[in-house]
Design a protein around this ligand. Structure first.
Ligand SMILES: [Zn+2]
Length: 332
């Protein structure tokens, strides 16, 4: 990347510069992807305890990610966009009209990490299956379905100025980076003694690294929090072996995949929540104690602190546009 670009005070003119072929930013653009064939994942919902069937289907260019409630009349569609986020605690939920779908974050993390841009996610309950509390089962299924490029360019948002959301204790900060990466540094921290313990992880978004470092990192809670949910009649089907439940001795009936698995899982959650935007990201993000609500607030506010790079920034003879043309011809 040309670091000088990022030191420019104003980004006005950058799009024009790109059209003239004067910057390497365009090398970060890529073709959109979808699945080669449909694939089904089944499991039960952590919140409702109901059996759930979810089918991932290929979708045309520029469809984005769309949940479809197949159990409701007329199969309503719920676009995976920040504007549809509903404020339910401890998870990311989406609502569109009277249709909703809960706990979408681990599914979105898998889809986004694999750079799948267009996909129909057909589900027969108001919740995604919890499985092992991580993104791994979804990643394995999506890879089995296969991923293929499409004749469309994936837009890219580049952080162009500092942005901070949250308060003194819980916050996310976004800053420009000269390295052309989407980097996340997460610190998990507690006020007093806590069985989970303070921990940190740094990650640079990349499909292979996601599979190696994050995809099997599971959601977690303390025994006290689990007891509280059970007392409310929630999560009754979930066992400590289904995710990470910490008592004073560590994870109950389970073992950690990484010493800092919880901080890694928080980054997985962030990738899922950033998936509620129809673009890739370039920027350096530092987060402390943040969760789903703040992740989405950050994504929404970034609109005013970022520059959108898309197909219009590419010169007509660019290799990427030629690739797109070749794909269009192949399909026709
Ligand atoms: Zn999570």
């Amino acid at each position: 990347m040309d670091a000088a670009i990022y030191r420019m005070e104003s980004y006005a003119g950058l799009r024009e510069t790109m059209q003239q072929g004067g910057t390497r930013l365009r090398s970060l653009l890529r073709l959109q992807n979808t699945l080669i064939r449909p694939i089904v994942v089944e499991g039960f919902g952590f919140w409702t305890g109901e059996d759930i069937r979810v089918e991932f289907r290929p979708a045309p260019v520029d469809t984005g990610l769309v949940f479809v409630r197949t159990d409701l009349p007329d199969e309503p569609r719920i676009p995976a966009l920040a504007a549809h986020r509903d404020s339910k605690p401890r998870q990311t939920s989406l609502v569109c009209g009277s249709a909703r779908v809960d706990m979408v974050e681990h599914v979105l993390a898998a889809i986004r990490a694999l750079q799948i841009d267009n996909c129909e996610i057909r589900v027969d309950r108001p919740e995604m299956p919890g499985l092992d509390g991580s993104s791994m089962p979804f990643v394995l299924a999506l890879e089995e379905a296969g991923i293929t490029p499409q004749p469309g360019i994936r837009p890219l948002r580049i952080v162009t100025r500092e942005l901070r959301v949250g308060d003194e204790k819980t916050w996310i900060e976004a800053v420009p980076t000269g390295e052309g990466v989407h980097a996340i540094d997460y610190t998990l921290e507690f006020d007093g003694p806590n069985p989970i313990g303070n921990q940190n992880y740094r990650f640079v978004t990349n499909p292979d690294r996601f599979k190696r470092e994050l995809m099997n990192c599971r959601t977690f809670l303390t025994k006290g929090e689990a007891d509280h949910l059970l007392a409310q009649g929630l999560c009754r089907r979930v066992r400590p072996t289904d995710l990470l439940v910490f008592d004073k001795n560590g994870p109950m009936d389970n073992h950690l995949h990484f010493e800092n698995e919880c901080a890694r899982h928080k980054i997985l959650d962030m990738i899922g929540d950033f998936g509620l935007t129809p673009c890739d990201w370039v920027g350096r993000f530092t987060a402390r104690r943040s969760g789903h609500a703040l992740n989405v607030e950050c994504v929404v506010k970034l609109e005013n602190a970022t520059l959108l790079i898309d197909e219009s920034c590419l010169p007509a003879n660019s290799e990427l546009l030629l690739k797109k043309e070749r794909l269009l011809k192949k399909i026709a």
